[in-house]
Ligand binder design. Structure first.
Ligand SMILES: NC(=O)c1ccc[n+]([C@@H]2O[C@H](COP(=O)([O-])OP(=O)(O)OC[C@H]3O[C@@H](n4cnc5c(N)ncnc54)[C@H](O)[C@@H]3O)[C@@H](O)[C@H]2O)c1
Length: 339
């Protein structure tokens, strides 16, 4: 039975706790949040995806307010790091040095230097580091990768991704609105699609982005063209200045030579495949959501089960590099090379 700790008990800390608690091979033994009120039901999350709201049963769970004290006192096998992004690197490094495997939320860090230090510490400690790029595990996205790579419907002609939220309004004044703490919309929200583009097609040769800037100069909305060494057209749009009534939306449209694949989170069924001939198909999806499936992958890695490596720390670092290039391109109006 793996002993699990949670560092940061806000929206994602609750989500991770629920996913860990649903497993029979792991037990959440300790939770740490700097805000003592967070574990007393005062820190209820308000994220994009349902599932973290409400109370979590914390009987038999040790409560801490200092992660270092938690690492020292509890005999943990692994932790979920679910603190605000500017704290990811420091707490990941401390946990790894304390001999604990780490599942750290995305984005990995705010700078490439911090990301590299996290990777070096994981290598030195011999512990597993996995970054929470949950979209790679999201059933519809995982199915899209499987369908494209099967080659059954020919090559991809165009792929476009979209991710829209009202975070700029719902989290106004919180750490999310402080770019030095969250990395802004591109690092916090859009990076999900940046990472998935990398997962599907590898690192682009260059990016060309256009952004809508706030008066303070941060990017509220972005559209990126990812250029590869063939003629497929790959774009992604992300924005967090929508209104709460619009709701959270994630979508993709992938046009292949012999079929179109369409995903919309607000539609039922969410994923549809339209072959060039014949009726639309509703592809069968894996059970669970991206959060619980990424934890399954993490557990298999900890236990040394040989599985295809869906996400490595190097992939997460590369997504940071691409997202950084997108920010630079949107701000300077230039193509940014990644070769
Ligand atoms: N994968 C996803 O889909 C997804 C969705 C939302 C957020 N996230 C990521 O998860 C992370 C957390 O986001 P959130 O929405 O849960 O934020 P949140 O503000 O709801 O929760 C953060 C929690 O960390 C606590 N905290 C702050 N400093 C701490 C410290 N030094 N030690 C211990 N606890 C501390 C806060 O008190 C708070 O309870 C961010 O990096 C964010 O980008 C990922």
């Amino acid at each position: 039975m793996l002993k699990i700790g949670i560092v940061g008990f806000g929206f994602m800390g609750r989500m991770h706790t629920r996913c860990w608690k649903a497993r029979t091979d792991a037990r959440v033994v300790a939770i740490c949040d700097i805000n003592a009120g967070a574990t007393q039901g005062c820190g209820k999350g308000l994220g994009n995806i349902a599932g973290a709201e409400g109370d979590v049963d914390l009987r038999d769970v040790a409560i801490h307010t200092d992660p270092e004290e938690m690492f020292a006192r509890e005999k943990l096998d692994a932790v979920s790091i679910t603190v605000p992004t500017h704290l990811h690197a420091a707490w990941t490094i401390k946990a790894l040095n304390a001999g604990v495997h780490v599942l750290c939320e995305k984005p990995m860090a705010l700078t490439l230097a911090d990301g590299r230090q996290m990777i070096a510490t994981a290598e030195d400690s011999g512990k597993i580091l996995q970054i929470g790029h949950c979209i790679r595990f999201w059933p519809e996205y995982a199915k899209a990768k499987e369908i494209i790579e099967s080659g059954v419907y020919g090559r991809v002609i165009t792929a476009t991704f979209q991710r829209l939220s009202a975070t700029a309004r719902t989290k106004q004044g919180s750490w999310f609105s402080n770019e030095e703490q969250s990395g802004g919309m591109v690092f916090d929200l859009h990076i999900h699609d940046t990472d998935f583009v990398q997962y599907l097609f590898g690192t682009p040769l260059s990016v060309c982005s256009h952004g809508a800037l706030t008066p303070a100069g941060s990017i509220a909305h972005i559209v990126t063209h990812y250029r590869f060494n063939d003629d497929k057209l790959v774009t992604a749009e992300g924005g967090w200045a929508l209104v709460p009534a619009y709701g959270f939306e994630m979508k993709f449209l992938i046009v292949m030579e012999k079929a179109v694949l369409s995903f919309e989170n607000k539609r039922t069924p969410t994923l549809k495949l339209f072959p060039a001939e014949g009726e639309p198909i509703v592809p069968e999806l894996e059970q669970g959501d991206g959060y619980s499936r990424q934890i399954g992958h993490f557990v298999r890695a900890i236990c040394g089960v040989p599985v295809p490596s869906v996400i490595t720390p190097q992939h997460a670092l590369q997504s940071l590099r691409i997202a950084e290039a997108e920010r630079e391109s949107a701000r300077n109006g230039t193509h940014v090379n990644l070769t």
